[in-house]
Ligand binder design. Structure first.
Ligand code: FMN
Length: 559
């Protein structure tokens, strides 16, 4: 019997679980000889350098959540420069004594391997390009590489279902960058990273007064044709993931979601025209992980999938803690300073109200930033609270939709308390399941990593899993990870705004987490873990500015 796409995804998911006595298949060591280049370049493509915008005091970080109007600016050179500088650009270089340098970015990535590539599709951009075009974004040079130009007519057709002034940002993944280190589990990590990148773009756009919306009307084949990535073959090829519309706030018509329809005539022309630039080779040699190609094929998205455009649940309009707060922190500062904690101090605690605010910010009740995803929430949070003042340590649950609360009361261990924590604001669906110190348990479950026990809290993101895949289709599997990545991105920024730090945790023992919660089937699966706490810095590491190399190159040229 032929395996169905959903069966393939379920097989992949089982096969790539880490178990207490066995990790998912990978090389088991780092093969430095095949380490992939973290930067894709299209050699020979015209380069359009972007500006390096100074940090602006406005808007403030808290204002992004409060829905306070930020006047939308036109998508000119300045805005496009900021959009990328505050989402996918470099944010620093790190250097260890006696070792080489490595770069870090605004968007986080498992193992700092950065499989995600970004593209811009836009009409003419004042001060940048006088013709509509498709560009690849180069984080190393902070520049756009022009791949192909479009006619005015082609851009008009492409953008006819979008609000006025919209541009499109596309994301692709190079699975090899991630599988080089993580082997078969890498497909999951690539899609966590896509979720983080969607979050990064949504936040950067919001600082410009723009909304972001994931487009469901373009399938992966059409996206690859638009980006020219369908010309790439082999293990280093980019896989088209998603298309996002970015447009001035308030420009969205209330009745219809933004849509992109790719005219057949455009696809026909692009099939035969030249895309400028050749993709650089990333590694001299490779290790194949065929199951990643299998799951990538099984989850292939065709735009006519039923229910793809389902609008998100109408969020209840409840006032939750923190919506009126203004800590006077510039949003760009929080975005640019985001960093992963490599260790937690085991001491720092936060006030209960701050914890409730963070939980409120990852609830989709108000829209931003979760409105970017055109589906109702699929993910709930199982939280190990370690050091929250006036909150007993224990296992808590944040049900991010009323439906989830009903389902989880049924699916989780029958002896859980389901008690409202003291002082928890009405409308925040947070429940205490067990009161107990659970640091050791959290650390064990997160592959024995002490960042999961030594912080303020850590958590597992549990997704309504097999029923969702059976109902929607295998193509939804990556999207479950995108949702978890977006939640992770909010937690990263919330931690920065609170003066502490977060870290994504892709390494955890899947079924150990399920056993703890009493999950015995695949109705719910933990897809991503996260920790927040007081960081301890590695003082041996030197931090260098992100774009010093461009200044040095400029100086060398001028000499
Ligand atoms: C999906 C994902 C999974 C991650 N998993 C782990 C992990 O298991 N352990 C860990 O110490 N860091 C983990 N990290 C943190 C990354 O190593 C970190 O993002 C990367 O080194 C880049 O550093 P930065 O976040 O400071 O930019 C993860 C990050 C992401 C986005």
């Amino acid at each position: 019997m032929m395996e169905t796409a959903v069966q393939c995804v379920l097989r992949y998911h089982e096969q790539t679980k880490h178990h207490l006595n066995r990790y998912a298949r990978s090389l088991g060591y780092l093969d430095w000889a095949t380490q992939p280049d973290p930067f894709r370049r299209f050699e020979g493509a015209p380069q359009l350098p972007l500006d390096h915008p100074p940090l602006s005091p406005e808007p403030r970080y808290d204002a992004l959540f409060a829905g306070q109007p930020v006047s939308g600016c036109p998508m000119d050179r300045h805005a496009i420069s900021r959009l990328f500088y505050d989402s996918l650009a470099l944010s620093a270089w790190k250097q260890a004594p006696g070792a080489g340098r490595w770069s870090l970015r605004i968007n986080p990535s498992s193992g700092a391997l950065h499989p995600t590539e970004g593209y811009l599709l836009a009409g003419d951009i004042q001060g940048l390009g006088s013709q509509p075009a498709v560009y690849h974004y180069s984080p190393l040079a902070h520049s756009l590489e022009q791949r192909v130009t479009l006619t005015g007519q082609e851009w008009s057709s492409l953008s006819s279902g979008l609000p006025a002034g919209a541009v499109l940002v596309a994301l692709t993944s190079i699975h090899w960058r991630e599988s080089w280190k993580y082997g078969e589990r890498a497909f999951r990590y690539c899609h966590h990273d896509v979720g983080h990148a969607i979050g990064s773009i949504t936040f950067a756009a919001a600082t410009l007064g723009c909304e972001t919306q994931l487009i469901s009307t373009v399938g992966q084949d059409a996206l690859a044709a638009l980006l020219g990535t369908n010309r790439q073959h082999g293990i280093e090829a980019e896989h088209p993931d998603c298309l996002l519309a970015v447009f001035p706030r308030g420009a969205r018509p209330s009745t219809k979601p933004p849509a992109v329809l790719v005219p057949t005539s455009l696809l026909e022309r692009l099939a035969t025209c030249e895309f400028t630039g050749l993709p650089n080779r990333l590694s001299q040699d490779h290790h194949a992980w065929p199951v990643i190609d299998e799951v990538a094929r099984a989850t292939h998205y065709l735009a006519d999938e039923a229910g793809a455009d389902e609008a998100a649940d109408e969020p209840p309009s409840i006032a939750l803690p923190g919506e009126s707060i203004d800590r006077q922190q510039p949003a760009q500062q929080i975005i640019r300073q985001r960093r992963s904690a490599v260790d937690m101090d085991g001491r720092t605690s936060i006030p209960r109200e701050m914890f409730y605010r963070m939980m409120s910010r990852v609830s989709p009740h108000r829209g931003f930033p979760f409105v970017v995803l055109p589906w109702p929430p699929c993910v709930a949070l199982a939280i190990f609270a370690h050091r929250v003042d006036d909150l007993p340590p224990g296992l808590y649950l944040l049900a991010r939709s009323a439906r989830h609360e009903r389902l989880l009361r049924h699916s989780l261990k029958p002896d859980f308390l389901w008690r409202r924590p003291a002082g928890c604001p009405d409308g925040l669906p947070l429940w205490c399941l067990v009161e107990a110190e659970c640091g050791r348990l959290a650390r064990t479950i997160s592959c024995h990593q002490s960042i999961a026990s030594d912080g303020v809290f850590s958590l597992g993101m549990i997704a309504e899993f097999e029923p969702t895949l059976r109902h929607r289709g295998a193509w939804f599997y990556p999207r479950l990870f995108w949702e978890t990545g977006l939640i992770g991105q909010v937690l990263y920024l919330e931690a920065e705004a609170a003066g502490i730090r977060g870290t994504g945790i892709g390494c955890f023992f899947d079924d150990a987490m399920h056993d703890l919660l009493g999950i015995r089937d695949r109705s719910w699966q933990s897809l991503y873990h996260f920790t927040v706490g007081g960081p301890t810095d590695d003082l041996r590491l030197q931090t260098l500015p992100p774009y010093q190399h461009l200044q040095l190159r400029g100086l060398a040229r001028d000499r």
